[in-house]
Design a protein around this ligand. Sequence first.
Ligand code: OSB
Ligand code: MG
Length: 371
Amino acid sequence: MKIDKVELSRLRMPLKIRFETSFGLIPFKDFLVVSVHSGNLTGYAESASLPYPVYNEETTGTISYILKEFLIPKLFSSESITHPNEIHELFKPIRRHNMAKAVLEGAIWDLYARHQGVSLARALGGEKREIEVGVSIGIEDTVEEVLEKVGKFTDEGYKKIKVKIKPGHDVKVIRAIREEYGPDLPLMADANSAYTLNDIHILKELDQYNLIMIEQPLAHDDIIDHAKLQKQLVTPICLDESIHTAEDARKAIELGSCKIINIKVGRVGGLTEAKKIHDLCKSNHIPVWCGGMLEAGIGRAHNIALSSLNNFSIPGDTSASDRYWAYDIVQPEIILSKPGKLEVPTSHGIGYEINKAVFDQYLINKETFTN
Ligand code: OSB
Ligand code: MG
């Protein structure tokens, strides 16, 4: 495949609900859609970035800069691409900036799948025809509001309920959910690094509620203290922020820092690395699931394709589009095909088309780079 053109479209989408985590409120989604063009085919991906560098160090602004200054020129300097795995190698000399790498690589994966005449899921080696999904519930002002959302989403059939926690909004929330919905509700908590080992008494209290896992309780850059913590908890620890590469995953598994890994394509620098982490975890009997970054439809479509790989054995955070969006940028709309399930598309590439009217409504800037 010879890349003729790359387009960067910056979109700003209002969230239809309030979403807060231990690192703060996410007031809207500001992201890039990258499209890569080759002949009459186009591949799409969207950046996982948030408006502020609070989940990781990247923002939509840094991603745009790294793409324009380094990654697009590198792509244009390579002769022709036979497989997207080559992109990961091509970008390797540039350190970190994983979300920037992931969005360009993701668009090339979609283009490659279309070029091969297969779905992205198939191109990645995914076998599932449908995936089980869960939902992530943010920090709310009151426990009652959390309970109401848990009820709404269990009614919709979501297979896993994840609630955000932070000091002061943890045990009381989990206890109330267990009291209201019983011991069998598939429940987990995500702390987004809000605790330290000094809070071990709180984490041990949470350990009594039979959570499927507790996600990233300690520092975003830690695997040592997580290993110490895991030894003292029955509840499996799942790492999110701490894992950026398959090497990070290997070390965390070796140390015993976690028993589960949340894979986010953006955080790990693309689908090639995501698949590598999936494979490594599989051979180490570590289940994985696909995390979310409040994606619009293109990002959701990539997550669905990735989740079709068979070691994604725990429902992910990729809920239907109506979780966050009044109108989504893809069509058909991403909806549950059965309670708590999303169908894996079989048409070429990501399996969804751009809804141009909605896309243009949220578009704030577009730049074109010709090879
Ligand atoms: O830690 O998984 C996280 C959203 C933004 C940043 C980090 C996280 C999240 C979520 C939402 O939990 C997942 C989703 O619904 O996309
Ligand atoms: Mg998380």
